[in-house]
Design a protein around this ligand. Sequence first.
Ligand SMILES: C[S@@+](CC[C@H](N)C(=O)[O-])C[C@H]1O[C@@H](n2cnc3c(N)ncnc32)[C@H](O)[C@@H]1O
Length: 226
Amino acid sequence: MDFDEAVDRAPPGWRYFTTDDVARLPDAVRDHEMARVPAGETEERILRGLFWTLVYHLAPDRWDELARHEPIASELIDVLPRGAELALDVGAGSGRLTAHLVRRSTRVIAVEPSAPLRALLTARLPSVQVLSAWAEALPLADGSSQLTAACGAFGPEPNVLDELRRVTAAGGVIALISPEHPEWFEQHGWRRIVAPAPPPPEHPQWLDEFFGPLDPPHELVMTRVD
Ligand SMILES: C[S@@+](CC[C@H](N)C(=O)[O-])C[C@H]1O[C@@H](n2cnc3c(N)ncnc32)[C@H](O)[C@@H]1O
C-alpha cells in the first residue's frame, strides 16, 4: 500500500499514537517505514500512514486480538498445497497463517520484522524457525521453499514479488491471502479465489472502535513458479 492509501485508510485507532511513539520504534523499523513517507508530511498524516507499523511494534497484543477474531476463511486454507518440505510465511505476525502451514508442511520458516510479534509466534508455535527480516531481502537461498505464503502483508510490490519468486523452488507455489490490489494479480495470470466473507466471530467492541469493522481474510491469489 502506498503512503497516500495508508493515510486515507487508517483506522480510527491512529489517534491512540503520538509522534513520541514514532520515535520509540526500533531504529531499523523507523528507517524502513519513514523511507516511504514523502518529505513535508504533517504529524497527523505520518501517524495515519504508520498506523499499522505502530500497532505491530508497539501494541502487538492489540494486533493479536484482532487476528484472533479475524480467522482466515477455511476455503482458502483448503486450497494451499499440502506436504511442502519447507513452507515460508512472510510477514507472519503472531502466526495466524503459520499455524495452518505447520499442520500441512514438513518444516516452516516465519519471517517477521516485529520482535514482539515474533515472541508471540515462537511461544505458540515452537517448531517454527522464526527470522527477523524484511520481505524485500529474505535471508534464504534461491529456490528453498515449496510453498511461499503471506497473509495481509503485501500487494504487487515488484521488489517483494521478485524476492518471493527467488526463494520459491521451481514447481513451488506462491500464495498471498488478502493481498492489496488482488485485481492486479488476476490481470497478471495469478489464480484468484474469493470465498464468501465469513461473519466475524463475537468480539469485544473496542476492536471495532480501534480497527474499524472486522473483515476476516477471504481472498487469495496464487501462482506456480516455473
Ligand atoms: C496484517 S499483518 C499480518 C500478519 C500475519 N500474516 C497474519 O495474517 O496474522 C502484516 C505483517 O507483515 C509484517 N510486515 C510488514 N511489512 C513487512 C515487510 N516489508 N517485510 C516483512 N514483513 C512485513 C508486519 O510486521 C505484520 O506482522
